[in-house]
Design a protein around this ligand. Structure first.
Ligand code: ADP
Ligand code: ASP
Ligand code: MG
Length: 442
């Protein structure tokens, strides 16, 4: 069995849906199809959920959503039926907007509109190309906790529900990104979470392969939008791909690979516009293991520096600091320490899969025992590869190459698969281009 996931751009127009449907039709082993909202829709829904939008902005966003879906629907054979379905859900969405803002729970229900609607349309497009497919509500399988906006899957329940609701030999179409908690409330897995959903489904049904169909031909050596010379990697290890996605390689949601590894599922990333290209195979052990395989970039990073002179020769400072952060569910990325100060980075990007909000409350709490400095406008760059902690000859050329840039924090040695540092946001794309040219060869 193959689980095939198609991202937003792969279902963003009628033509894209047709291309994706033809991919599904080409192999009858593709039995569980997971798709995202049409591209742009989740962004519009998130914007709609903001407390401070005025009615003009609201109508504009609703207009975008309506046009995007109706444009697709008008090209479908079942357009009358789909138009009815769309407007029924769309007016429910309008009504729903009056509640949003009060409660995170409402927001997740609002965000789910994107995936629910894209699957309702795509199921007809699949039927048009001859796929005998059943629409499955992901919420009947994807059980999560009640952390709205960033819910954690409950694996045992997902497995149980999958056994009950997904029959072998049949083909299903379902939604990525959404799930439901024990009370039946709709939840979401965090931005970009459809990859994660697909991997969880693959693990739960014991699929052999997970395919991630997207708008690029695999996992590239770096984001091809930033570096046109970047090229697809034929084969990459789970460890490297996991680090790449954690450190900003948007092509895979950071949590995607864990379920696949647990379930022994093969992973392939490929282009839905060029399905004949090989794409990237993510494997347990890759044949070649270059020290630097790829470079990732994550913008909108915050550097938090915490100083406490009182802690000189005292114990417990780090414990106290991390306990405070943990109590506020703040996930920390890089850490650099000295006796009385700690610098750490937080992912504060708007669309981050694990977005961190550094509120005044948290800062005030930290200020009770230390001086706190918050700096924004930084970007995290990671070199991804193999045995980086043991390979000599990387630091010298790297630091020489970075000579003219202001490097804020470096983490090297903790992981064999990455070497990370912070630079100014404005310089970050230049740095990635320069490093790609210098360190990555085909
Ligand atoms: P989807 O909607 O299919 O989930 P995404 O936009 O989430 O697609 O992810 C694909 C995008 O990820 C690409 O268009 C590319 O710009 C970006 N990207 C960032 N880093 C990489 C990388 N290392 N390899 C491939 N794509 C990358
Ligand atoms: N539609 C969701 C988002 O845009 C999930 C996804 O595309 O993976 O975040
Ligand atoms: Mg994505």
């Amino acid at each position: 069995m193959i689980v095939s996931k198609f991202g937003g751009t792969s279902v963003g127009t009628f033509e894209a849906m047709q291309r994706s449907a033809n991919i599904v039709a080409a192999d009858s082993d593709r039995q569980l199809i997971v798709i995202s909202a049409t591209s742009g829709t989740t962004n519009d829904l998130v914007a709609l959920s903001a407390n401070n939008i005025d009615s003009t902005q609201r109508e504009e966003l609703l207009g975008n959503i309506e046009k995007r879906h109706i444009d697709i629907i008008e090209q479908c054979k079942e357009q009358d039926k789909l138009r009815d379905i769309f407007y029924k859900e769309f007016s429910a969405l309008r009504e729903h907007l009056d509640f949003v803002g009060r409660d995170k729970r409402w927001k997740d229900q609002l965000f789910a509109f994107g995936e629910l609607m894209s699957t309702k349309i795509f199921v007809e497009v699949l039927k048009e190309v001859g796929v005998d497919v059943e629409w499955l509500d992901a919420r009947s399988v994807m059980k999560t906790d009640s952390t709205f906006g960033n819910a954690d899957p409950i694996l045992a329940s997902i497995k149980k529900k999958a056994d009950k609701n997904i029959q072998k030999g049949k083909t299903y179409l379902t939604q990525g990104f959404i799930g439901s908690d024990v009370f039946g409330n709709t939840t979401t897995l965090g931005r970009g979470g459809s990859d994660f959903s697909a991997s969880l489904f693959a693990e739960a049904i014991g699929a052999e392969t997970l395919e991630i169909w997207t708008d690029v031909a695999g996992v590239y050596t770096t984001d091809p939008r930033i570096v046109p010379e970047a090229f697809p990697i034929q084969e990459i290890s789970f460890d490297e791909a996991a680090e790449l996605s954690v450190f900003g390689g948007k092509v895979l949601h950071p949590a995607t690979l864990k379920p696949a590894i647990r379930g022994g599922v093969n992973v392939r990333v490929a282009s839905s516009t060029h399905p004949d290209l090989p794409g990237t195979y993510v494997v347990k052990v890759a044949d070649n293991k270059p020290p630097i395989r790829a470079i990732s970039l994550r913008k909108d990073q915050t550097l938090l520096t915490v100083n406490s002179l009182e802690m000189l020769h005292q114990h417990g400072f780090l414990a106290h600091l991390f306990k405070t952060l943990a109590e506020h569910k703040i996930s920390v990325d890089l850490v650099s320490t000295s006796e009385v100060s700690v610098a750490l980075t937080l992912d504060t990007a708007v669309n981050a899969a694990n977005k961190v909000e550094l509120t005044d409350d948290i800062i005030e709490e930290l200020e009770r025992f230390a001086e706190v400095i918050v700096e924004d406008g930084l970007a995290l760059i990671a070199l991804i590869g193999n045995n980086l902690q043991k390979t000599s000859g990387i630091g010298g050329p790297l630091f020489t190459a970075l000579e003219t840039y202001n490097v804020r924090l470096i983490c090297h040695g903790a992981s064999p698969n990455n070497l990370c540092f912070l630079v100014d946001h404005e310089q970050s794309e230049d740095v990635v281009r320069m490093l790609h040219k210098k360190f990555i060869t085909e």
